[in-house]
Design a protein around this ligand. Structure first.
Ligand code: COA
Length: 338
């Protein structure tokens, strides 16, 4: 690696998070649907989730998280904004330019990444690429989703799992020896499983038109058990692989920050890796599955409540619709989430 390349290593330098204030408990859901607090806690580990009020869009959450990440990094501007989301404000245009404008960032590069629950890791890798290619010196990466806006109100399974939120990090240029330097990253997909997590109507395959609207299905659908298996297998494998690429054994990992899908998935991932379950951070009990926001929200919670400290060896991993999955390894930097 040349000296110039060493100076272009992407390094984490800010972290912000935001969840909407409205709490929906399991008992709230049980008043509307055939479910119970006992079933949801036992089968998912989730106790409550946050849900936006009607009229609040994904960009509203993204702006809040972005503002806090800028504050955490003590920066007023960045060179590029990436928003990872599959619940954009509207199908066209992308949400990121709107977020950049509302943050007062000027005419910066801004685009969305759509990789469902793996979106944040795809966004992080894209941001790292912008830095190493000298396209940008600082990048704001926001994972933001409002799945409550695409769930079938009558579907007890998805309504029990998903919540809304946004989390954001900032990458700057630095050196590979620093805490926060983004280490090896793995990204993968398998489109043959694209029907396992889907919104069938409203895209180019099945546009919603007045004459066929009664046959359209505009809601998010998921094949829970297949997704469960895929999430467990791919997150464990991806996490183990990036740790190996980084030169860490499983015992060297201080904290696994895995996509917060279901506490049984998190425990199964830890068990498959041979990692102590205590090292796998759990945040979903309070927010559910927040899709692209899940990893940055879990990182912020890990710093505030989970004992994540500068120098700790972290592996982040995710799995989601596409199918997509990935993982990244880094040592935690000395940053205070905002
Ligand atoms: N309350 C009560 N019963 C529920 C329920 C709820 N909220 N949701 C589902 N059930 C029922 C099912 O209808 C089914 O009933 P049936 O046997 O009469 O058909 C029963 O519980 C068992 O369903 P099953 O799918 O076998 O349960 P499970 O233990 O696999 O748990 C999930 C279901 C969805 C919680 C689990 O599969 C999961 O977490 N999958 C991954 C989801 C995910 O994270 N997706 C995001 C992308 S990564």
């Amino acid at each position: 690696m040349t000296a110039a390349e060493r100076d272009r290593t992407p390094v984490l330098c800010g972290l912000g998070s935001w969840v909407p204030p409205h709490v929906v408990t399991n008992d709230d859901l049980a008043r509307e649907l055939d479910t119970s607090d006992e079933w949801i806690r036992r089968r998912t580990g989730i106790a409550e989730r946050r849900v936006v009020e009607p009229g609040t869009a994904t960009s509203d959450l993204a702006v809040e998280a972005g503002m806090r990440a800028l504050k955490s990094a003590a920066l007023e501007s960045v060179d590029a904004v990436i928003v990872a989301t599959t619940t954009p404000d509207q199908p066209c245009p992308a949400t990121a330019p709107l977020v950049a404008a509302r943050l007062g960032l000027g005419p910066v590069a801004a685009f969305d990444v759509g990789a469902v629950c793996t979106g944040f890791l795809y966004g992080l890798a894209a941001a790292a690429g912008l830095i190493t290619s000298r396209t940008a010196g600082t990048v704001l990466v926001i994972g933001a989703d409002t799945y409550s806006t695409v769930l079938d109100p009558a579907d007890r399974t998805t309504r029990a799992i998903f919540g809304d939120g946004a989390g954001a990090v900032i990458l700057r240029t630095g050196s590979p020896d620093e805490d926060g330097a983004i280490g090896p990253t793995l990204l993968a997909s398998d489109g043959s499983g694209s029907d396992l997590i889907r919104i069938s109507s409203g895209g180019s395959r099945d546009p919603i038109r007045a004459e066929t609207a009664d046959q359209a299905d505009p809601f998010f659908r998921m094949e829970g058990q297949s997704v469960f298996r895929g999430a467990m297998l791919h997150m464990a494998e991806a996490a183990r692989t990036v740790a190996e690429w980084q030169g860490w054994g499983v015992a060297d990992i201080d904290m696994l920050v895995a996509h917060q899908a279901n506490v049984r998935i998190l425990h199964a991932v830890a068990d498959r890796m041979g990692l102590d379950r205590e090292r796998c951070h759990v945040h979903l009990d309070r927010v559910g599955n927040t899709a692209a926001a899940s990893i940055p929200l879990a990182l912020a919670d890990a710093v505030t409540h989970g004992g994540l400290r500068p120098g700790h060896r972290v592996v982040a991993t995710a799995f989601g619709g596409g199918l997509t999955w990935g993982a990244s390894a880094f040592r935690w930097p000395d940053i205070t989430p905002s």
